[in-house]
Design a binder for this molecule. Structure first.
Ligand code: SF4
Length: 240
């Protein structure tokens, strides 16, 4: 006997990608369950260190019954201990009284500078050269592996509270990146010892496909046969 089964395609409604940053903390409905003093602490920290969360994270990943212990909450929402006590206090004092946006901005810049945003000379160390010119936005430390920081990929779907690359997200002055695909290709073509390219950020999967293709498609050409692996550092599969 032949049985005909109608299998219905699941209906997937595309969702808009919606992000909240420090100025929108009060617009996150679920956060209203958190005590007011903890929300104030979050705002203090989020004015100094980058904060960004998307709706999927707080609607689908965080168990709000288990806040503040929920690991995804801890991973995403700012906590007082992320700043040195004295730095926290300076910003908290300013925000507790009458203040302007400019005053908060200036103090935040000062506090971030004191935190040594790029330790161990990261902006200069291991930066490769082509024809005597340094290539900012690239690092070549290990013989076989080149790191590339595409300019359009220097943010993430949500920021992690432990992130040691926070300086990438707080302004052009501290950002290490490149939008020069040509320089990347010239360097890789000249360095046959390189087998691995790591495209990193931030999260390069925030980029438009056309931009990603601009950096990567040329690597299919014969002069790049030595490049065996292209890795893209991303958490987009789980955070969006
Ligand atoms: S760069 Fe990595 S650690 Fe930093 S916020 Fe993005 S995903 Fe998290």
């Amino acid at each position: 006997m032949q049985q005909v089964v109608n299998v219905q395609q699941p209906i997937i409604t595309p969702r808009k990608f919606k992000v909240y940053q420090h100025r929108q903390l009060d617009k996150i409905e679920a956060l209203k369950k958190v005590p007011a003093d903890m929300r104030f602490e979050m705002k203090v920290v989020a004015n100094v260190l980058p904060f960004r969360v998307n709706e999927y994270v707080f609607n689908e990943l965080i168990d709000w019954e288990n806040v503040p212990n929920d690991p995804l909450f801890q991973l995403t929402f700012p906590q007082k201990d992320m700043l040195e006590p004295s730095a926290y206090q300076r910003m908290a004092d300013l925000m507790s009284g009458k203040h302007t946006t400019n005053e908060v901005f200036d103090l935040a810049t000062q506090l971030r500078d004191e935190m040594n945003p790029h330790p161990a000379g990261q902006m200069q160390m291991n930066v490769p050269h082509v024809d005597g010119e340094p290539l900012p936005g690239m690092q070549h430390k290990y013989r076989e592996t080149v790191l590339f920081f595409p300019a359009q990929g220097q943010y993430c779907h949500s920021y992690c509270t432990f992130c040691f690359r926070w300086a990438q997200f707080v302004g052009k002055a501290t950002r290490f990146n490149s939008n020069d695909a040509d320089q990347l290709h010239r360097y890789l073509a000249q360095h046959k010892e390189v087998t691995d390219l790591l495209v990193t950020g931030g999260d390069p999967m925030v980029m438009r496909t056309r931009k990603l293709a601009h950096y990567l498609e040329d690597l299919l050409k014969p002069e790049f046969e030595h490049i065996k692996t292209i890795r893209i550092g991303t958490k987009s599969l789980t955070f969006w």
